[in-house]
Design a protein around this ligand. Sequence first.
Ligand SMILES: N[C@H](CCC[C@H](N)C(=O)O)C(=O)O
Length: 277
Amino acid sequence: MKFTKMHGIGNDYIYVNCFEETVEDPSGLAKRLSDRHTGIGSDGLVLIRPSETADFRMDMFNSDGSQAQMCGNAIRCVGKYVYDHGLTKETTITIDTLAGVKTLWLTVENGKVTAARVNMGKPEFAPEKIPVAAEGEKVVDYPVMLSGKEYRITCVSMGNPHAVLFVDDVDALNLEVLGPRFEHHPLFPERINTEFVKVLDRGRLRMRVWERGAGETMACGTGACASLAAAYVNGLSDYKAELLLNGGSLFIEWDEESGCIFMTGPAETVFTGEVEL
Ligand SMILES: N[C@H](CCC[C@H](N)C(=O)O)C(=O)O
C-alpha cells in the first residue's frame, strides 16, 4: 500500500489515498503502522476518500485504533494532499467528516499548499453533546477531583470532546500521569482530549495536550479551537488568539457573526512510501 507521511506542526499522520488504495481494517492498520518502532510511526491514520456531499471525505483514526469525529491538523494536510496531487485545482474546497462538512481555504506557494484556513464549525458546550456526565447547561470552571486534588475544567466539543484546564506552568505538568486520568475519568463516556493552557496574555495561549487515543501530541487543532473557546467564555482571552503548541503556532478566531471558529496553520509533507500489508 502507498502512503504519504504528513504533519501539522508536529502532529503527524499516515495518509492513504483511497481513490487508489483499499483499506480493509483502518482501525487495526492505524494501531499497527502508528508504532514508532515496528511501524511507520505516527499519531494515527487518515483516509482520503471520495464523497457524495463534499469535494472529499476524511476519516481519521488515532494510534490506538479509535476513530475520531474530526482532526484539525489532519484536515489541513488533506487539503494539501488533494491539491498537490492534482485531485483538485480549487483553493477553496469542502471536506466531509464525522463532525460534518468543513470548508478550507488553501494557501499555495510555488504550486504547493503550505497552509490552510479551516472553518471548524461552532463549539458545543451542552454536556450531553460533548458528552460529559455532568448537570447544567455548560461545564465551565467545573471542579473535578482527581487523585485527591481539585482541578477546574471547561468542556467543549469541536465534533470531538475536549476538557480545558487553565494552569500556571504547563511545562511542569507530568502529562504521562495526569493525561490518562482525565482521558479515562468516568465523567467522560467517550473519553476526552485534555488541554492544559497557560494564558500568556489575552491574545496568546500556551497549550499542551493529552489526546484521546494518542497520548501527548505536538499539537491538536480541535484542541486549540476548544482552548480558545474555553478561554473566551472564562473571560481570559479575546475572541482570537495565537495558540503556542509544542510543535508551533495555530491562529484561532471565534467569529462572532457566524459563531464559527476558524483555524489557520501550516501543512507539510515529510515523505511518501510503500508498506507491505
Ligand atoms: N485524538 C482526537 C483526534 C485527533 C485530534 C487532533 N490531532 C487535532 O488536530 O484536532 C480525538 O480522539 O478526538
